[in-house]
Design a protein around this ligand. Sequence first.
Ligand code: AMP
Length: 417
Amino acid sequence: MQFHDLKLNDSLLRAVEKEGYTEPTPIQAQAIPYILDGKDVIGCAQTGTGKTAAFALPIIQRLSTNPRRRHIRVLVLSPTRELAAQIGTNFGAYARHTPLKHTVIFGGVGQQPQVQAIRRKVDILVATPGRLLDLMNQGIVHLDKVEVFVLDEADRMLDMGFIHDVKRVIKTLPTKCQTLLFSATMPQAIQELGQRILIDPVRVEVTPQASTVDNVVQSVFFVERNKKRNLLTHLLKDSAVERVLVFTRTKHRANNLCKQLSRARMQAEAIHGNKSQTARTRALANFRDGKTRILVATDIAARGLDVDAVTHVINFDLPNEPESYVHRIGRTARAGASGIAYSFCDIDERKYLKDIEKLIRQHIPVIENHPFVSDATAPEPTQLQSKPKQYRNTSGKKRRRGGRNRRRNSNRHPSSE
Ligand code: AMP
């Protein structure tokens, strides 16, 4: 399948080519024809699958077939500023050969430039819910002529407590508009919301979300909590760890870790919700440009983070929601590339590891020969629902080490070389 098979117009084909995309990703191949056709779509896909282009390209095409109308015709709601900014950048790139204008609004920065951008008239508005409601309440944004509404990362909206704001926004939309709902997971509340707002929707899905981790070489290190930092600095000695995203559970731990790494002369910056937008944007730009090798992030700050060539994701702390693990390691292995994910697991995180392994239906291979190994932290085997993929050694026999069925990992890392 090629982009021109999707009946995209010439200006979009040129834009896509400029982006270096050679063929549509599965979510694009599935969703674009329906969206072009004006259908409501419910898309089960996470960031990293090419879902932004899956909705942005057909939306731009639909808008360009009608002359410019000088009001907001498309609303995209995103849970985080970073994702909103990224979606805005993508719209800019894909619509480069059209007269369409877009802008992005989000909280945490002064509203004036955003107000001015809206007053200059835009066709496409990308927004986070809080700032959008603010500007609606001030009479600056009007959504009564919206033709296409995209609710992106709906499950994350729910997790972040934005769902009521989202519903408030939805109430103001015209009943006739085309609605596209994207979500990595489909919790009950999102399914119910979908039933309320989508009319006769087409469901598109890229392989069950857990299997998107297949391109990532994963391993877990059992380590005591107070040895995690030593293990991290040990791993960072490997020059193959070129551009690394390190995840911590809290903002406080992100800050602390960042300071400690900087003291150890390892360039690191943190992004999380307590940082100003300017600081986040700068940290991201430094990371993108390769000025900073290590970006320490919390889950929420990393949503929608789109940095190419992240070679490693390190889960300094395991997330308590298994879906977050899939989101996190999806930051490496973007659009077909392969990546490496290391996870540190202390004794209190065993339960999280079990949940993750159940979700991804794989045992994550254990690195057993690192300098900070601790037997006390090794968990019991996980009961999996389906047959684990990486369960047998090359002779086809089950490997039993100390009563545990775990394959020794052959990943490249300093202590195994
Ligand atoms: P998304 O899931 O929208 O966050 O996209 C993930 C990454 O894939 C972004 O860096 C996009 O620029 C890139 N991308 C989107 N579509 C394609 C494509 N058809 N081929 C290659 N890369 C793509």
